[in-house]
Design a binder for this molecule. Structure first.
Ligand code: PMP
Length: 284
């Protein structure tokens, strides 16, 4: 049904493909109590896998679920699965938790019914010369008061999907999403950076967007390489005037922006250097 090669570990067993896991009473399918994370296996490495495993456990706790896998066991399971099924390919690594049953009062998932699966699937890496166009989204990131934005939760993503769909309908590859105060937050599923006069700027985490693991890694690598990186409040106008814009995220790592609205941008040296530093780190 259009799935790439997929392997799923659930309840002690590996399955080929996409085994059915939920019924109409499953809380996650009904009321959205699922959390996940996304890591990568590519070129034989799994950079920051430990941080992704820790984050999915933190996301579970944020939704009132009980994470049942410790980080060490999740890493071992991932290593086992990748070595067994897909040693020579690029893989997306997706651990998930969800509530199977109702909790007290129907709305909360029952924490004691928390289930876990690890889904691995083949997903090619973006080519080295990939670049994207972006536009301002009319949709915004919710705040912690309106949604559990401190979790990587499935229930947040319909908002990201409509931002992406709206941008695509206008001919762009991705959307810049603002926070509720009107400052730049992130792209639809990646963090955003810009470069002005050789210095790097990226939105300061303010609780409305995911403080990505790749974001934090790239900031540390750029600083170590001598770049000034400013985490601060950024207006969209500053992106319109940037020398360079690029994204970070586990899926595609570092991707430059080649057009913002009607303005063409050259994929620049800082994005290229950030990508190179990430690859050096990943293979170190
Ligand atoms: N923001 C959102 C909404 C995302 O889904 C992702 C991808 N996980 C990111 C940012 C980038 O985070 P990371 O570097 O941890 O993959």
């Amino acid at each position: 049904s259009g799935w790439s090669e997929t392997w799923t570990y659930v309840d002690g067993t590996w399955h080929a493909g996409n085994p059915p896991l939920m019924g109409p009473r499953t809380h996650a399918a009904w009321l959205g109590s699922s959390v996940f994370d996304g890591a990568r296996f590519f070129e034989g490495v799994m950079p920051d896998l430990d941080l992704h495993c820790r984050r999915v456990n933190d996301s579970a706790v944020a939704l009132g679920l009980k994470p049942t896998m410790n980080v060490g066991a999740m890493i071992e399971l991932t290593q086992e699965g990748v070595a067994r099924f897909a040693p020579g390919t690029a893989v997306y690594i997706k651990p998930m938790y969800w509530a199977e049953g109702d909790g007290p009062g129907v709305i909360l998932g029952d924490p004691d019914s928390t289930r876990f699966c690890l889904c691995l699937f083949e997903a090619a890496m973006a080519p080295k010369d990939a670049a994207m166009s972006v536009t301002l989204s009319p949709f915004r990131r919710p705040t912690l008061e309106t949604m559990p934005v401190n979790a990587k939760a499935g229930c947040l993503y319909p908002n990201n999907a409509r931002a992406m769909g709206e941008a695509k309908a206008r001919g762009f590859d991705n959307a810049v999403v603002l926070d509720m105060l009107g400052n730049v937050a992130e792209l639809t599923s990646a963090n955003i950076f810009m470069v002005r006069d050789g210095e790097v700027h990226t939105p300061v985490p303010n609780g409305t967007f995911l403080n990505g693991i790749t974001r934090q890694r790239v900031i540390a690598l750029l600083r170590k390489a001598g770049y000034a990186v400013h985490e601060r409040t950024l207006a969209y106008r500053e992106f319109l005037e940037a020398d360079e814009i690029f994204s970070t995220g586990n899926y595609s790592k570092v991707v430059p922006v080649k057009r913002i609205e009607s303005r063409d941008l050259q994929p620049g040296p800082v994005a290229a250097r950030a990508r190179e530093l990430y690859w050096d780190f990943a293979h170190a």
